[in-house]
Every structure is written in C-alpha cells, then in structure tokens.
Design a binder for this molecule. Structure first.
Ligand code: HSE
Length: 400
C-alpha cells in the first residue's frame, strides 16, 4: 500500500481523488501496489463530501506523517506550493503536480532536488491537461533534434475563440462559461492575456533544449483584442484565429512567443475546437507529429496527474531521468523575424499611404465594415512595428 497526500481540493485536486479512488483496482494492477489517498490539504471544510474526514488544514500534518510517500500538488500558484513541494522532495517523497506556474519557474531546481533525494518530480498535467506531451518529448522524441513546437496550449481561450467563431458569442459571456466549466485559472487574466500558454511553452522549450527558458523572456500577447470583426475577416480569408504558443530553432538560436495567429484551414491545428489543445512538434528525423486532447477540466487533467502517481509508485527508490538544467537558455530576438501580418486601419486611410508604409499588400474587404484591411508580405517584426506606429491600427494579427 502506498499512501498519498493531495494538496488542494479544488477542480483538479478533487478530480485526482476521484480518479485514484474510482479507478483504484486498475491503478493497483498497473502500479503493482494499492494507492490510498490518506490526507487532503485545503483551507476549507467539505461537509458531506465522502472524503471530508481526510481534509486537514495545516501542512504540518502531512509533513510529519511518516506513512505518506507521494504528494500530489494541485494548489496552483507559486506559494505555498513551492515550499510544500520542496519540503516533500527533501523528505524523499515523490511529487506529481499539475501546476504550470511552479514547473515553469522552479522545474529545473525541483528536478535536481528530487534526484538528490532519490525520488521523482513529475508534471505531465502541467502542459496540455490530459495530453501526453511531456513523456513523449522526453522518451519517444528523445532521438530527435526538436526544430519547432507550436501549440494550442490553453483550453479556456480555445473554448472562447471557438464559441465566438461558431456562435458569435460575446467575449465576457463565453469567459464566464469557461470559468463555470472549471477550465479557467483563478485569475482568468492568466488565460486571456496568454500568460498560462507562455508558461506552458516555456516548460516544453526547456525540456526540448534541456536548459532553463525563463517565461519572462517570451514575448506574449493574449486574445483580449480579438473581436467579432477580426473573426469576420478570418472567415473571409478562410483562416481561423488561434492562440498559439510556439518555439522554434533558427541558425542555432531558439526563439519563442505566444500570440493569436491566423491559421489556414488545412493546418492540423485549425480544426482543434473548444477546450481541446493540440501540440504540433517538428523533429529533424520524425518530421511532424501532433498530440491532441482535452487541455483543461477536472477529470482529464486529473487522469494525467494520476498517471504520474502510478509512475511515482513504480519508481519508488529510483529517479526517472529528466534533463532540464538550471543554466539559462538565451532566446533569440523575434524583432528580426519575418512574418505576414493582417492589419485593420480606419476606412479613410489612403491606400497609397498603406503601400508606402507596408509595401505590397493584399486588401481584404468584408461587406458592412468601413475599414482598410490587408495582409502584408513577409516583413520583419521590427519593420512592421515601425510602419504600424505611423497609422492608427485598429488591430493586427500575425499569420501562421
Ligand atoms: N486554465 C488552463 C487552461 C487550465 O484553460 O488551459 C489548464 O492548464
């Protein structure tokens, strides 16, 4: 029997308890030992909940309980999660977490502490919810040089963009729906401003290149500027708008960014709708592969956490090797990168002026919208910014 403590009894923590208890027999067969949730840490009480008697309010009760061998962290945020996880690892207890903030910031350090204490720090659920991506990156794709990762990495924003596109739904209404379904972060700015996707691409890029990618270094834009009009233009262009977290390698430098992008309809990421995420990886040998599944939500995310618990049980007394050093990876400057941009300007902007500033463009018209909208040729980000500063841009979106 292996006893587990779950930190945080919110959307994911409850899901993990449900999976560990609901699939206890299957998990026992796979792990080779029975797994029992012994304690649950939360500030709240849960009267009437079948696990109410397991709830404790003080981490000391878990720290000092010598029977607990695995800690599952689903609290989110950096503190006190970091202190609790670090303490558990220093005690030689393995940790499974879904906390992308924690992993992005302290992943390299916590992996090192786990190694020093012959236990494991596993975090499959921190990127892409239910989607197996961390393990495939570390094992199935380990013989490849990863040249590109591009993903829909946030379920909330993909759910919102899909509903806005399909039903013309209002941004704020659809955000409320995503919150009610348990997809959104406690502070949904993290979703809609792209910060959550930023942490996830930082984790994947760190694992792909085995060094610390600081999420603060990744240029990040969210979806708060995307309007019904942008979606009308996207349809006219036979494209769809997705929030993309991407990193790629060019001339030996690694680049990363998060931003909404106009994707062609025949790209494999285009049909990914609702709360689903997908992560497209290009390796120098494997070519293109894509991983797909539910990117947020209680049970799908919990299923990935519970799988890490099984792995922790299987590896008691051993450390699973994860190469992610604390050495910082300096990212390339995206300012020199060329892309096409879709741009919307007020209807009275002279087309001559547009061509003087942006070069050859392809005009896009949508009946009923009195605007000058166009797609540029591939242009460096820095040059685009200079040109855009000379006009009154309503919005601009990068083309993928
Ligand atoms: N808020 C996150 C999302 C949860 O919507 O993807 C899963 O990390």
């Amino acid at each position: 029997m292996v006893k587990v403590a779950v930190l945080g009894y919110g959307t994911i923590g409850r899901g993990v308890v449900t999976v560990l208890q609901g699939n206890a027999d299957t998990i026992e067969k796979k792990a080779g030992k029975r797994v029992e949730v012994k304690k649950i840490l939360d500030l709240r009480d849960f009267p009437g909940d079948p696990n109410a008697d397991k709830v404790v309010h003080d981490y000391e009760e878990i720290r000092t309980d010598g029977e607990i061998q695995i800690v599952v962290e689903c609290m989110g945020g950096l503190e006190p999660a970091y202190t609790f996880v670090k303490t558990a690892l220093q005690q030689g207890r393995s940790v499974a977490t879904s906390n992308k903030e924690l992993v992005a910031k302290y992943g390299a350090e916590l992996i090192e502490i786990a190694k020093e204490n012959t236990c494991n720090f596993l975090f499959e659920a921190s990127v892409g919810g239910a989607i197996p991506i961390i393990r495939p990156l570390l094992s199935c794709l380990t013989a490849d040089k990863i040249e590109e990762i591009a993903g829909i990495l946030n379920g909330t924003t993909n759910y919102m963009l899909s509903k806005m596109e399909r039903e013309g739904a209002d941004f704020h209404e659809v955000l409320k729906e995503a919150q009610a379904k348990g997809y959104a972060e406690l502070h949904p700015e993290a979703d809609i401003e792209g910060w959550d996707a930023c942490r996830k691409i930082a984790i994947l890029t760190s694992l792909a290149y085995e060094k610390q990618v600081d999420f603060e270094d990744i240029p990040t834009e969210g979806i708060t500027n995307i309007t019904a009009e942008d979606i009308m233009y996207a349809k006219k262009m036979e494209r769809t708008i997705k929030l993309i977290g991407q990193s790629w390698i060019s001339e030996g430098k690694v680049y990363a960014m998060v931003s909404p992008m106009l994707i062609e309809m025949d790209h494999p990421l285009a049909p990914v709708k609702g709360v689903f995420n997908a992560i497209f990886v290009h390796g120098n040998m494997v070519d293109d592969v894509m991983f797909y599944g539910q990117g947020a939500g209680s049970l799908p995310t919990a299923s990935a956490v519970a799988a890490d618990v099984v792995d922790c049980v299987k590896h008691i007394g051993k450390t699973v090797k994860i190469n992610w050093s604390k050495e910082k990876l300096a990212l390339g400057d995206i300012g020199g990168f060329e892309r096409k941009f879709f741009v919307r300007l007020p209807g009275d902007t002279p087309e001559d002026k547009i061509r003087d500033l942006f070069g050859e463009v392809e005009m896009i018209t949508v009946p009923g919208l009195d605007e000058k909208a166009f797609v540029t040729k591939a242009i460096k980000e820095n040059d685009f910014d200079k040109a855009a500063a000379a006009v009154n841009v309503i919005n601009r979106i990068r083309l993928h």
